[in-house]
Design a binder for this molecule. Structure first.
Ligand code: ADP
Ligand code: MG
Length: 558
């Protein structure tokens, strides 16, 4: 009897199959050619030879068979027979592996552990020059898993998992591999400033500290309106009309002053500078306007007092330091400055950076959605107008996407990311959404995803949500989601040869790891904090991580 034979097919239902193990296989171990194999390891591979090819199955369940003994009145007892449940994932024909099963196995067909040649056929097939490797198979640690980046990025990809499961680390690992290419283009929307140091010289980091400015004049009208008008106010419709007129007037004036020659095509959404102060002034005077009544007496204008709250809100935004990067740009205050801004965002400046990390950690939470909407739209527009979409495609990575692309959010950011998910591919924009709450992220986005990197998920609602995304035959694999280790991911989609459990490699250089390390209470409580209270207060007041004396942020050192 060939010694890799483990049993025979007992039943076949759809893409699932049950295998009765050989009765002499007591210990669930086999020795073949001096190598010890364990039988029935979840996720291990078996083959079922048919007349033409070999069907490949993945073990999804191992159990002892319940047998009913009629002599004991039908009481079930566990017999000494063992069952494996398989997901039939593909076929090896002519030495090559392909997904899907052409002819299904029949009852009593022999089932073997996969041989070394089988594994070579399964895992060797995908290797191409478009592949990167950043992890190894959990079942077979010697096997480095090739991931086809064309397939991974050509449609949206989602990285999901409980906080601390290793999502950001995995994203960084992927990027480190991609950085080996001569000219990748990546933008990361980094809510917590985790990626500011880990890509070294390859990255342009735009943070509040390094002069991140998202000038108000780059917002389109809808986004500006979201920033400045409170929809719940009774006067909101009137405010919107007047605000729109005044912005348009201000744009016309500024465009003429700068000699842009856009008279015939200037629109409210054109990326053209305008002076916010003049819009404020014009609205302020409309708000106080008195007109002559029919009797010749002065009476209040049509919009008198309608902008009271609008002006207060705008005033407080304009004077608030935290919003300065939007409303008081220092570097980008002319239409001509758009070139530098785009160069910085898209790595096209003289330094030609491969990655742009937009660190939004210092940005007030109430404008995060507007800022993200703007960044996504600009990425979309810039790539659209670049033409030649196939050249230098852009990958947009949205970290913690549930914060600005949640399904119940009525926000431009959600709509923009949905648009990129749906149409980005046509224009050469890839999207990677990262979230700890997949069940909260817009379904429109996730349903466009072709690949999922699923890390440990402990929340049952999220587990169910992810389970519903995968096809029937892989359902059993989903049971391992809560048991995945830190840094271990289930790869679902066509970028890997088949659904695989992958152990993401440790990044050898500590400086290249995203700065999201868990706090060690034990270590942290050994000594007193290096930051003096004065410094903390100073940073807090200035809303800057660097204190006035340019003292480094102690967190940056860790
Ligand atoms: N593959 C891995 N190898 C080694 N350490 C890892 C790995 N993945 C994650 N970690 C560590 O686990 C912690 C949490 O990872 P992180 O990527 O921040 O999780 P998440 O983004 O899911 O919240 C970090 O300290 C990180 O360095
Ligand atoms: Mg993270």
């Amino acid at each position: 009897m060939p010694s890799l034979l483990v049993g025979s097919v007992k039943s076949v239902i759809g893409h699932r199959c049950e295998v009765l193990l050989r009765p002499d296989l007591q210990s669930m171990h086999l020795t073949h050619d001096g190598v010890l194999y364990s039988v029935g390891q979840l996720g291990s591979y078996v083959c079922i030879p048919t007349a033409f090819d070999r069907i490949v199955g993945v073990v999804t369940e191992t159990r002892l068979l319940d047998v009913v003994n009629p002599s004991t009145g039908g009481e079930a007892f566990v017999a000494d027979k063992k069952l494996l449940r398989l997901a039939l994932v593909g076929t090896i024909a002519g030495g090559r592996f392909e997904r899907g099963v052409r002819a299904f196995p029949l009852v009593n067909d022999d089932v073997y552990l996969a041989t070394a040649e089988d594994r070579d056929a399964i895992f060797g097939g995908l290797r191409s020059k478009a592949c990167v490797e950043f992890g190894r198979s959990s079942e077979m640690e010697s096997y480095r898993v090739p991931v086809d980046i064309d397939k991974l990025f050509s449609k949206p990809v989602a990285v999901v998992g409980t906080t601390g499961a290793g999502k950001s680390y995995t994203v960084a690992s992927v990027i480190h591999q991609v950085l080996a290419l001569p000219e990748p283009r990546i933008i990361i929307i980094d809510l917590h400033g985790e990626y500011t140091t880990c890509f070294g010289d390859s990255a342009m980091v735009l943070s509040r500290e390094s002069g991140l400015e998202i000038p108000y004049w780059l917002f389109n009208y809808q986004e500006l309106q979201d920033l400045c008008i409170d929809r719940n106010e009774r006067e909101a419709p009137n405010q919107a009309i007047i605000f729109k007129n005044e912005v348009m007037n201000a744009k016309k004036q500024a465009a003429t002053a700068e000699g842009l020659q856009l008279e015939d095509c200037l629109s409210i959404d054109s990326p053209v500078y305008f002076d916010f102060g003049s819009v404020y002034g014009a609205i302020d005077s409309i708000n106080r306007q008195m007109i002559e009544g029919s009797s010749g007496r002065q009476r209040q204008g049509d919009f008198f007092g309608q902008f009271n709250r609008f002006l207060v809100r705008l005033e407080s935004r304009l004077s608030d330091y935290r919003y300065g990067f939007i409303f008081k740009p220092e570097r980008f205050n002319s239409s001509a400055s758009l070139k530098t801004l785009m160069e910085e965002l898209f790595g096209r400046g003289p330094q030609r950076k491969k990655i742009t990390v937009v660190d939004l950690s210092g940005v007030p939470s109430d404008v995060i959605q507007s800022v993200v909407a703007l960044l996504c739209r600009v990425a979309f527009d810039f790539t659209f107008w670049k033409l030649g979409y196939a050249q230098s495609p852009l990958l947009l990575i949205c970290e913690e996407a549930h914060n600005y692309a949640a399904k119940n959010m009525n926000s431009e950011s959600r709509r923009m990311i949905e648009r990129i998910a749906k149409e980005g591919r046509k224009y050469g924009i890839g999207l990677m959404v990262v979230s700890q709450r997949p069940a909260e992220v817009s379904e429109t986005i996730l349903s466009q995803c072709n690949n999922f990197i699923v890390m440990r998920l402990s929340n049952p609602v999220d587990q169910e949500y992810v389970r519903a995304l995968v096809t029937d035959q892989y359902q059993d694999l989903m049971d391992i989601l809560p048991a995945l280790r830190r840094g271990e991911a289930l790869f679902l989609g066509d970028a890997t040869v088949m659904p695989l459990r992958v152990l993401v490699d440790a990044i050898p250089d500590d400086a290249k790891v995203p700065r999201s390390r868990d706090v060690s209470f034990y270590e942290g409580w050994q000594t007193v904090s290096p930051a003096a209270v004065d410094d903390i207060i100073e940073r807090w007041r200035r809303q800057r991580k660097k204190a006035a004396g340019n003292q480094a942020d102690p967190a940056a050192a860790t």
